[in-house]
Design a protein around this ligand. Sequence first.
Ligand code: GMT
Length: 377
Amino acid sequence: MKIGIVCYPTYGGSGVVATELGKALADKGHQIHFISYAMPMRLEAYVGNIFYHEVEMANYPLFEFPLYTPALASKMVEVARFEKLDLIHAHYAIPHATSAFLAREIVNNGLKIVTTLHGTDITLVGLEPSFLPVVKLSIERSDGVTAVSRFLREKTITNFGIDKDITVIPNFVDTEKYRRLPIEEECSKFSPRGERVLVHVSNFRAVKRVQDVIRIFNEVLKKIPSRLILVGDGPERSACELLVRELGITKQVKFLGKQLELVPILSAADLFLMPSQSESFGLSALEAMACEVPVISSSVGGLPELQVHGETGYIAEIGDIDRMARYAIELLTNEPKHRTFAQAARKRATLFDVHKIVNQYEAHYEQCLAGELALRN
Ligand code: GMT
């Protein structure tokens, strides 16, 4: 198939899923055309059947705001026509599904659109009155729609009143690449005196509750010599650095910023913390689990579909810092239990291996091209 993939190129789950999916589909022989305003972060190496098309943004004094949606649609039209695309897969509804809808109407040659809903496009920003009717229409007019968890499918149906088949295709991980490495050097870098290592990876938006991560760690630190490694960057980072200074734990907390190579970091980790306010799936928790790192998370969204309470980690109410800290201390002070959880986390992660999930996307594309997906009524 010739597939156009539209995504955000930045550090974030939807862009990672889109890029890794494109790479896996290319491995299977499909021709992939990424369309975005910058090269997707994980699209490092040159591959023969992967192409990248940059959206050009025209400046004009009358435009007070950048007009990305029509510019993206026009680029999709150009790529679809010239490369004879079979379908365009839009990741994250706003504005990608809308631009794809426009492009399909213009091209009008049987081009199909698949939209994958990732999270805040449905649970947060998509609900803004200034977006809602457009997001609803764009989802309804997609030829195929997927959501990354059952939770997100239900939210889409109830929040938007959409009566359409939505296929759940979860996030995935390459369990060959994401596996625990025996890295002594890396461990000593993070915990020079053999302290326990807690890790958090996110784009530091308010929904991630990174300050809870720091407060949980602060409780753990009172009982167990440990270090906290924070990976990523975003709007909450300064507030988090301030909190670390206020708590007087700057020596024990490291901010690594954005990192491309997560496996060495996760291989040094004893626990992964994800106390999010909202999480439709939790890709970074899955990547940690693949590296044998048990997860302490909140009970929101799709997280209970990923991790099993009392087996691969523990789940607590949003904001219940004390309970999450107690769970962390329990696991870090009981070595046999920690080992059992670590192995269970890895085993569960293999259920979400890239090869299994990419087949589900391929099957969805085929159904879509055959016109088998439609509105329910
Ligand atoms: O926040 C978002 O909705 C955007 C997206 C991203 O680009 O970071 O994250 C979501 O998509 C990921 C990939 O499908 C999921 O693993 C994340 O759980 C989800 N984030 C939220 O729901 C907050």
